[in-house]
Design a binder for this molecule. Sequence first.
Ligand SMILES: Cc1cc2nc3c(=O)[nH]c(=O)nc-3n(C[C@H](O)[C@H](O)[C@H](O)COP(=O)(O)OP(=O)(O)OC[C@H]3O[C@@H](n4cnc5c(N)ncnc54)[C@H](O)[C@@H]3O)c2cc1C
Length: 389
Amino acid sequence: MNFQNTEIAYKLKSNKQLLNNLLIFRLISSRTLVSVFTKIISLSLKLNLPISGILNKTVFKQFCAGIDEKDSIQVVKKLKKLNVKSYMHYASEGNKSENDFDNNLKIIIKTINITNEDDALPFTVFKASSLGKFNLFEKKSSGTTLSQLEKKIWNKTINRIESCCKHAASQNVKIFIDAEESWIQPIIDEIAEGLMEKFNQEKTIIYTTLQMYRKDRLKYLNTLIQNSIKKKYKLGFKLVRGAYMEKENERAYKNGLPTPIFENKNLTDLSFNNAIDKILLNIEQCDLFVGTHCEKSIIKILKWMKENKISNGYKKIWFSQLFGMADHITFNLASRGYQVVKYVPYGPINKVVPYLIRRAEENTSINSQLPKEINLIKREIKRRKFNAI
Ligand SMILES: Cc1cc2nc3c(=O)[nH]c(=O)nc-3n(C[C@H](O)[C@H](O)[C@H](O)COP(=O)(O)OP(=O)(O)OC[C@H]3O[C@@H](n4cnc5c(N)ncnc54)[C@H](O)[C@@H]3O)c2cc1C
């Protein structure tokens, strides 16, 4: 598999767009710049200063499809032309009021309906914490007893989550439950398991997300497989490495606790690969959706598919990359007929800031795939110049 074909990778980009991408990638590859930028943005948000303009021209444009579903649909249509499917997400984060949560529920239901009507949208997604108070997820995860009022509010949260999944199941739309911070994940896991047991009897509708940078996830994966075999339901896995590493390590350090994250990238990679092996071994029981920008992980799966004489378009294995990233993987895989989906987030600029900050920080990491992408874009610009002569 050759991921280096830049003509395929950047077919949808104009010369101007490629130059813009290059500029933004260069900016966010500087750790100092990203750190200053994040501080300014966070402070400006607190002080209600106008930041939309600068975000819109930089990271928002790079990593988000737009502010509403109409913008996203335009992106979905473009991707479809090159055999790439999409899943849309209203990526608003940091909501605090019951009104916000009700509004988020409405948007998720609307997205499920849109997904149902468009074969370019095979999945949809939600974040549990977008439907209820973060501190209640935290309390439930740590086993803290809730007050009467908190119980009432928590029941509303559960109802919202169940409504999403019930509606998705009624429309036959496959839905991911995102993985979040480890201190709210225990209750999300419990909810996701209950929902998979309820809705995945015949086929996989609900997918839980496993962050393989966590030391405990391989054991959890084994337990899930054993339980689902006993209780006779299907498992859907969105497999990722994990996006909250800095936050997780900082919190563990502050509280004098051991970090739940592996000590180095090699250990995370090993755990990710072991999870792939385990799921592929149980592929009759599981559906696999791999969210990664790491070529080696993808090649591992492609090799397994080839060895097992599994066709490229096999519907139980999907590959996915984030909008604005790793186009060389997305489009080269799609050109070979593999099942590929782009994660297409949207939302008002102020509300997607936490998502944008995670993307910027991730790309600054020393283990980031960004230098490779920068080189590929430069190569494509050169190729186009040469062809124009
Ligand atoms: C479609 C899709 C959906 C996603 N959904 C979620 C989600 O629900 N929840 C979520 O948390 N993330 C999610 N992510 C983000 C994902 O977890 C990663 O942050 C991102 O994809 C980069 O990882 P990678 O597999 O591309 O690997 P690479 O770019 O090869 O590796 C980067 C990752 O390796 C890990 N890592 C890096 N350095 C170290 C270190 N020193 N020690 C230990 N581990 C290290 C980190 O997880 C880091 O993000 C999603 C990503 C995609 C593509």
